[in-house]
Design a binder for this molecule. Sequence first.
Ligand code: SF4
Length: 336
Amino acid sequence: MKLRKLYTGNVVYGELPKGCKLCLRGLKTVVFVTGLCPRDCFYCPLSAEKRGRDVFYVNERTARRAEDVVAEVLSCGSRGVGVTGGDPLVRLDRTTALIKAVKEFFGESFHVHLYTSGKTLTSEVVRKLEEAGLDEMRLHPDARDVDRVLRTIEESEPGFQVGFEIPMLPDAVEDTLRLLEKLALHESVSFVNINELEFSESNSEELRARGYKLADDWRSAEGSREAALRVLEEVSERGLSLNVHFCPAASKDRYQFRLRLYRRGTLTAMPHELVSDGGTLLKALISESCENAPPLLVFRGRLGYETSVLAAEVFGANYQLLEELPDSSKTLLNIT
Ligand code: SF4
């Protein structure tokens, strides 16, 4: 089987998991169930505000209950959610309640994928997730825990897809290939996602201490991408019977995040707000209620009166161009 390079920069051997297909089109809302996790990976990219804290977010907005998730999904027009953490299985009841709620509200075809370290995975947990309606599980176990996790999956025969998701450490090509060879022998594992190793504010010290360097893009680790591509080429050469996919760090920002924002912008923009190609909201901040502009075109914003750029120009108002993110708090990006 040949490798395919997608327009997003992702490289695929075999089939892309459904959760990734939706994610790359900006059709997934991200639900951060808890910052608690039984593992302590040195490369964990979680921020200090989230790591080790029992916090609940939907697309970077604090959530209290499943209804908050439903509301955000509606604002973004998502066709699924990615349930992440920390490890969502540490808060199993919260996680299953959330899965049930979105399935009940949006229907069976609404896609739910979940990330877990697998540390607390048992047949009973698999059964509860299956009953809740989970579609896809992505495991990231400790190397010493892989066999137990595989046994659990095989014994419980889940009704959802199971895959692994791992970061590509630049010096771990051989270890990664050994893991993939092993997983290819297990029919219960359908895919492996390999992520470009990312530097974040919280993990950069640990990564540097281990000799990893920040690449020129200022976000990924030097050599991670090349190592992942070497792994994929080898997988293709060996003809492993497993779907393997490399996800570059840039695709998260350029496609998953930007396209989701763009959709949120088009669905939530006020009549005077223009959604730019980059997914931001553009509008005119006028110093006072413009005398010539019909009142229907003027809105009271948090910084003063606002109208559309077109209306400001047509009615000759002095204005400053406001640019905001279409997120829940309308983050201010620029005033020019
Ligand atoms: S399993 Fe994931 S969330 Fe948990 S410590 Fe490792 S990288 Fe962080």
